[in-house]
Design a protein around this ligand. Structure first.
Ligand SMILES: [Zn+2]
Length: 262
C-alpha cells in the first residue's frame, strides 16, 4: 500500500510545536510523499523550506482567500519560487465565492494570471473552487497544462466538466463526513481511478470515520488512510488498488519518478 498526501498545510501554526513528529508519524503509516500547499507568497516560501527539510514537495501560488494580498510583480515572484526543485505545481489558486475573503474580481484576476503563468512555466495547476464553478470554468479553460481540482465538493455537473478538461480530482476527509459528504460519496465512483488523488488538507478536515475518535480535532497526514479506505469501500475495490492508483497518479501529475517499493 502506497500513499501520497497531495494536500498538507504544514506551515500552519497548528503544527508549530511538533512538525517533525507529524511527518514521522505519517511516514510510519506509509505516507511516502506529501505536497505542502503554499497559499500566498510568504506561505509558499515556508512550504518550500519545509519541503526541503523533510524531503517532500510543495506548491507555490496565491489562494483565492489571499488574492487581495497579491501586488506588484506577484507572477514574477511565483515564477522565481517555482524554479525551486521542490515546487511541483502552481497554486493553490482558484476561486472561492463561499467565503469571499477577497473581492471576486480580484480573485478572478489573480487566478487567471496564475493559469497563464502555469502555461508559461509548463507546470501543473493546484486548484481550489468553492461555489464558483461557472467563473472557474471560464478561466480554467485557458489552461494548457494538467492540474488537480483539490478538495472537490461540488456537483456532478462540475465533476463532469473537470474530467472533460482532463483534470485530476482531489478527495479529502469530506468523503468521510456523514452529514455533508453525501453528494461526494455518490459521485466518487464516477471518478476514473486514473484521475483520483487523495489529500488530508491537514490540519483541517479530520475524517469523521476514525474509530476511536482521536482526542485532537487536528487532522494529520497519517489520517489519509481513513479517506482511502472509505473511497475503496465506495468503489467496491480493494484498498490497495485504490491507494496505489492514486499514488501513481500523483507521480504522473507532478512529474515525479516512482521509487522502488522497499
Ligand atoms: Zn483549497
Amino acid at each position: 500500500m502506497r500513499y501520497f498526501d497531495i494536500g498538507v498545510n504544514l506551515s500552519s501554526e497548528q503544527f508549530a510545536k511538533d512538525r517533525a513528529d507529524v511527518i514521522c508519524r505519517a511516514q510510519s503509516a506509509g505516507i511516502e510523499n506529501m505536497l505542502l500547499i503554499g497559499s500566498n507568497i510568504d506561505d509558499s516560501r515556508q512550504a518550500i523550506a519545509l519541503a526541503h527539510t523533510f524531503n517532500l514537495t510543495a506548491s507555490a501560488g496565491i489562494h483565492p482567500h489571499d488574492a487581495k494580498t497579491a501586488q506588484g510583480n506577484y507572477c514574477e515572484t511565483i515564477a522565481s519560487l517555482a524554479s525551486d526543485s521542490a515546487v511541483v505545481a502552481i497554486g493553490e489558486c482558484g476561486l472561492d465565492y463561499n467565503r469571499d475573503f477577497s473581492p471576486r474580481e480580484k480573485q478572478r484576476e489573480v487566478f487567471a494570471a496564475q493559469v497563464a503563468l502555469a502555461n508559461k512555466l509548463n507546470k501543473p495547476l493546484y486548484m481550489h473552487q468553492r461555489d464558483a464553478h461557472q467563473d472557474f470554468l471560464a478561466i480554467v479553460k485557458e489552461a494548457e497544462v494538467p492540474g488537480v481540482v483539490h478538495c472537490f465538493t461540488d456537483s456532478g455537473q462540475a465533476l463532469e466538466a473537470y474530467l472533460e478538461l482532463g483534470f485530476y480530482i482531489g478527495i479529502t476527509g469530506w468523503l468521510c463526513d456523514e452529514r455533508r459528504g453525501d453528494t461526494l460519496r455518490q459521485l466518487l465512483p464516477q471518478i476514473p481511478l486514473d484521475k483520483l488523488l487523495f489529500e488530508t488538507d491537514a490540519p483541517y478536515l479530520l475524517p469523521r470515520n476514525i474509530k476511536p475518535k482521536p482526542k485532537s480535532r487536528r487532522c494529520e497526514p497519517m489520517h489519509i488512510t481513513h479517506v482511502v479506505a472509505q473511497a475503496a469501500e465506495l468503489y467496491g475495490l480493494p484498498v490497495e488498488e485504490v491507494a496505489n492508483a492514486a499514488f501513481n497518479n500523483a507521480h504522473k501529475l507532478f512529474a515525479l519518478e516512482v521509487s522502488a517499493c522497499d
